[in-house]
Design a protein around this ligand. Structure first.
Ligand code: UD1
Length: 379
């Protein structure tokens, strides 16, 4: 009888972008009989539109373990996640804890795993915005320092890790995991044509997403961004699927007057509930341009060759600026309006010649799983 070792990987997710990133990894592991994948959801995102719809759209299995930890301050949330994760880790005894991205769930799982000497594999290692006022940047730096397997999307990410003194043997440049997911779903996204359901005309609308703490929790910054987008929405309607954090702030600061609700009919900013994976990307695919402060959206727009204006002063996705459709516009209203107008008025500009960065080829998850399988002699 042939004997092979079983490798148990405990995959930790908690937020929308995590669900997107874990999908291809679960799929790639299916080719190995000796890899056992377990899925843990911390509960950081818990509304139907922030969580369950992603499991449905991405055909993810029901989590094996659900911690139910959401809300609260950054510190309180991370601490509660760590406390809830500890007994699970002790019981599960995984060979590896796999974490993705840069959210609190990523950090919490990593910090517990290292206490128990369980090796951590970090997907999207080495991304840096060099802005330590962002909670995500702190999560990235700490997670990378503590992880054993650092799967970096690009040479740039690898260089960041080397510059921080992380040894080269721990680093593997594997490509962009989000693009794997996008490629798997592209034909479904194309068929979906979600603009029809909203009564929109392709190429005749812009999209907006906004949820970063620095943009949303700062009263003046949020007001200025919304006023700038409102002005641009006189030229082109803007559809705004608003994150719960942003919805709460809009209500609290009395900014509702800047938004339209209900059936779409013409100019202005149309505020709607957050969208699932397929609906969102279907709207991106047919948009004239996208305003965002999200990391994932900068990658997705580059891949789909849709112009993207990023409402931040820094980005960790530098290759979307040098090779993609992305441009940093900061948070000053004059710049947002100037750059927005430029794209809106330049109707005929085509972005089809834009080159997609290296290793955005849809095989990142395979490279990651193969690396681990080889090391653990899995088949
Ligand atoms: C988190 C990540 C961010 C990521 C984003 C993706 C951290 C530090 N931030 O930010 O990097 O880009 O997810 O969306 O981990 N809420 C709900 N329903 C939900 C989810 C959240 O009402 O389903 C509320 C929470 O109670 C909280 C607020 O929205 O008041 C923020 O949620 P939280 O998970 O703390 O951070 P995000 O802003 O979503």
């Amino acid at each position: 009888m042939l004997f092979f070792r079983i490798m148990k990987i405990l995959n930790v997710v908690g937020t929308r972008p995590n669900f997107v990133k874990i999908m291809p990894l679960l799929r790639a592991a299916r080719s190995y009989r000796s890899i056992k994948m377990r899925l843990l959801h911390t509960g950081q995102h818990y509304d139907y539109q922030m969580s369950r719809i992603f499991f449905k759209d991405l055909e993810l299995p029901k989590p094996d373990i659900y911690l139910g930890i959401g809300g609260g301050t950054l510190t309180d949330q991370t601490a509660r996640m760590m406390r809830a994760f500890e007994p699970v880790l002790v019981k599960e005894k995984p060979d590896i804890v796999m974490v993705v991205g840069d959210v609190n769930s990523t950090l919490a799982a990593t910090m517990v795993a290292v206490q128990y000497r369980v090796p951590v594999a970090h997907i999207e290692a080495g991304m840096r915005s060099f802005d330590r006022s962002m909670p995500e940047e702190i999560n990235r730096v700490v997670t990378d320092t503590l992880s054993d397997w650092l799967f970096a999307p690009s040479d740039y990410a690898q260089d960041n890790l080397l510059a921080e003194g992380i040894s080269a043997e721990r680093i593997f440049v594997v490509g962009n995991i989000m693009i794997d997911t996008l490629k798997v779903h592209l034909s479904r996204i194309k068929k979906k044509a979600s603009y029809r359901r909203l009564g929109l005309i392709p190429n005749q609308y812009a999209l907006l997403t906004l949820h970063r703490v620095a943009n949303v929790d700062e009263q003046e910054t949020l007001k200025n961004i919304i006023k700038a987008i409102h002005e641009l929405s006189h030229y082109l309607p803007v559809v705004f699927p608003a994150h719960p954090r942003t919805q709460k702030q809009i209500k609290r600061l009395g900014l509702k007057r800047y938004f339209n609700k209900g059936q779409f009919k013409g100019r202005g900013i149309w505020r709607i509930d957050p969208l699932g994976y397929l609906d969102w990307l279907s709207l991106v695919l047919n948009a004239r341009l996208v305003f965002t402060d999200s990391g994932g959206v900068q990658e997705e727009t580059t891949m789909l060759k849709i112009p993207c204006l990023t409402i931040r002063d820094t980005t960790e996705w530098l290759d979307t600026l040098s090779q993609g459709t992305n441009r940093l516009v900061g948070v000053k209203p004059e710049q947002i309006i100037k750059q927005g107008r430029r794209i809106i008025l330049d109707r005929n500009k085509k972005y089809t010649k834009i080159k997609v960065p290296e290793l955005w080829d849809g095989h990142t998850a395979q490279r990651i799983i193969k690396t681990l399988a080889t090391r653990y002699s899995c088949r």
